[in-house]
Design a protein around this ligand. Structure first.
Ligand SMILES: Nc1ncnc2c1ncn2[C@@H]1O[C@H](COP(=O)(O)OP(=O)(O)OP(=O)(O)O)[C@@H](O)[C@H]1O
Ligand SMILES: [Mg+2]
Length: 651
């Protein structure tokens, strides 16, 4: 073999195996040769190319100008590509464009000018670049728009970049934070070290614990907040750690909402339980108090009378406790009225000033233009007294109590934080003190009945419980805010009363003991002991009494011709017909018979509308003889009046 053919073979081997596409053309641009890489890049075989203008590998505009480029170079020597190289776009046989890096060399052979174009395929690179750009844009938009603080740190956990939410949440601007350690975001150095030490994070990774941590963070202005954070290490393609990303979410609102909901649920459950027990107690106390009252006139011995009075006092205390419990369980029969809180608050405060001691200042700040609200005035008074006394107890060495009223409009986000309250308008009564406050474990239970920190014999733990129940039953809510060493604020939200509904300010009835005139009373009561007692009490008041054990028996007796002046029925009864239903049936069929309902709780009676519509009376258990006398009389008389031909007026 001669050297020339040796050279040619070597060249052919190089060309065949080259990754770059190599095309040779003459001075007119006609292809003289092309290696296999050209086909991979452009889709044309060498045969298809040889003898044709190289411009077929270019998009149209470039193709048109190409002959001109060569001509200009040959005449001027002005190099645009030759020996320089640049990125250009070629065109594939199928019409798609092919980005390439093109460098051109030139040579002469036999006095003729040739060019060799060497092209590197940039399609893959472009694709990767485009993908990268897309990913970067995606990351950037997430980074900019996530509501959580997002920081990227180097391997030493010094912050490199922070997103807009970070700026918003932590209060630093994005520049000043760069280069500072991420540990400065924590409230507690020790916690910071725990959460950020490399050893620990490795351990976390091994356990694949990517679970978020909850820690206390600190804003630029020093304010602390609970944050939920997730950490992860960033590794490069070679699996070498290059830094960390951390995402921190401010969970103040969530935690607040969670705690409030949990408390509300617990109080709800306790309320159910309490209500049931209080109801049974009421029945027992009714029997005890009633029997004592019947016994009293029969005893003449002074010592025995003293004993009896002591029992009576104790029972009455018991009745008071049950009353609080019923309030907490929201089973009070509310005597709601449309009222303005300001006048009431001022009056109660004037009374309280005398009892709270000279070292405590009690201020009232009434809102101007306060809306009217609808609630039971007696229970509001009790609530204010309870709250002020609690405040006093929290300030053994004196301090200041502020009772304040204001209007409040709750929007979605406000209502969300106060479980049980709807969006709407409320009147808020708040009592604030600067006493010792409550630690969280006390605050969490303070509304529960019998929860007290005051020691045996001092507090019953029913004050806040009844405030809570009263607020809930009135369609509002009670909330508590307290800081140890600073003080406490309890707020009662009561619904705003419609501007145009009338005022029922029925004056308090006077205590008289009106007697019966032999009218017939039909008593319906399932508890035999209570039934016996009722017969005795009513007889003692001068009524004729028939008694039956349930509503069916009562309806049967009336169907059989019995015509009582009043049916005196318990609300809760076995046999499928409640006292309220019995009342409804009687009103429909025998409006001449008055109905008096008695109940230990107003669970199903809370809707005072029913009661008013039916024009029936309600007597709360346990009741005293005087109250019974007055209510039975009233029931008979008002029913009679309403039916008298002369009375045309609506009551
Ligand atoms: N203003 C307050 N400041 C600090 N702690 C309070 C305040 N109000 C209530 N507490 C705490 O909540 C507990 C429950 O209060 P609550 O009024 O229900 O019961 P009590 O005051 O202990 O007893 P009672 O009111 O039945 O006599 C109190 O024992 C006290 O620990
Ligand atoms: Mg109290």
């Amino acid at each position: 073999m001669n050297t020339a053919s040796n050279d040619a073979a070597r060249l052919r081997a190089i060309l065949d195996s080259a990754v770059s596409a190599i095309v040779t053309i003459d001075a007119r641009g006609i292809v003289q040769g092309a290696n296999p890489a050209v086909e991979r890049m452009f889709g044309y075989t060498e045969e298809e190319l040889i003898g044709r203008n190289v411009s077929m590998l270019m998009p149209e505009d470039l193709a048109r100008a190409h002959d001109g480029f060569i001509a200009r170079y040959l005449s001027t020597g002005d190099r645009r590509i030759i020996g320089i190289g640049r990125e250009v776009t070629g065109q594939h046989k199928d019409g798609s464009s092919v980005p390439v890096h093109l460098s051109v060399g030139e040579f002469e052979d036999d006095g003729a000018h040739y060019f060799a174009g060497i092209m590197v395929d940039l399609r893959q690179q472009r694709l990767t670049e485009r993908q990268l750009a897309r990913e970067e844009a995606l990351f950037q938009s997430i980074f900019d728009s996530v509501p959580d603080a997002f920081v990227v740190t180097d391997t030493d956990r010094n912050i490199q970049i922070a997103n807009p939410a970070f700026v918003r949440i932590f209060g630093y601007d994005a520049q000043e934070i760069v280069g500072r350690s991420i540990t400065m975001l924590f409230d507690d150095r020790e916690e910071a070290v725990q959460h950020t030490s490399t050893a620990l994070s490795l351990e976390r990774q091994q356990q694949q614990l990517q679970a978020p941590i909850i820690a206390s963070f600190r804003r630029r202005n020093g304010e602390r907040f609970p944050g939920e954070a997730v950490w992860s290490e960033v590794r490069d393609g070679a699996n070498v750690g290059v830094g960390y990303v951390a995402l921190v979410r401010d969970v103040t609102r969530e935690l607040k909402r969670e705690t409030a909901t949990r408390t509300a649920q617990r109080l709800e459950a306790i309320g159910q339980l309490t209500g049931g027990i209080a109801h049974d107690f009421n029945n027992l106390l009714t029997v005890i108090v009633g029997n004592l009252e019947l016994l009293e006139p029969r005893i003449s011995d002074g010592d025995q009378l003293d004993l009896l009075r002591e029992v009576k006092e104790a029972s009455e205390k018991g009745a008071q406790l049950t009353d609080h419990l019923l309030t907490f369980a929201r089973r009070q029969r509310l005597e709601s009225q449309k009222i303005s809180l300001n006048g009431m608050v001022t009056a109660v405060a004037d009374l309280l000033r005398r009892t709270i001691g000279a070292n405590i200042v009690l201020d009232v700040i009434p809102a101007t233009d306060l809306w009217m609200t609808r609630a039971d005035p007696g229970l509001i008074e009790t609530a204010i007294v309870n709250l002020v006394l609690n405040a006093r107890d929290a300030m053994p060495v004196g301090g200041r109590i502020v009772v304040e009223t204001r209007n409040a409009i709750l929007d979605e986000s406000g209502a969300e934080l106060i479980p049980g309250l709807q969006v709407g308008q409320y009147v808020v009564l708040s009592v604030t003190d600067n006493g010792h406050g409550m630690p969280p474990e006390v605050a969490e239970h303070a509304f529960e009945p019998f929860f007290t920190t005051k020691g045996p014999g001092k507090g019953s733990g029913l004050g806040l419980a009844s405030v809570y129940g009263f607020a809930r039953q009135s369609g509002g809510q009670a909330t508590l805010y307290s800081e140890v060493g600073k003080g406490t604020t309890i707020r009662i939200y009561l619904p705003r009363a419609d501007a145009d509904d009338g005022t029922h300010s029925a004056g308090r009835q006077e205590e008289v003991l009106p007697l019966g005139r032999g009218e017939l009373v039909l008593a319906v009561e399932d508890d035999a002991k209570v039934r016996r007692l009722t017969i005795q009490r009513l007889s003692a008041l001068g009524y004729e009494v028939e008694a039956v054990g349930d509503a069916n028996a009562a309806l049967g007796a009336i169907a059989g011709g019995l015509r009582p002046a009043v049916v005196f029925t318990d609300y809760m009864m076995p046999g499928g017909i409640s006292g309220l239903e019995l009342a409804q049936r009687l009103r429909a069929a025998h409006p001449e018979i008055a109905v008096l309902l008695t109940t230990g709780y107003a669970g199903g009676l809370i809707d005072a509308g029913d009661i008013d519509k039916l024009r029936i009376k309600v007597l709360m258990k346990p009741y005293r003889q005087a109250k019974l006398a007055q209510t039975v009389r009233e029931a008979i008389d008002t029913n009679g009046r309403a039916r008298a031909p002369m009375s045309g007026s609506e009551s």
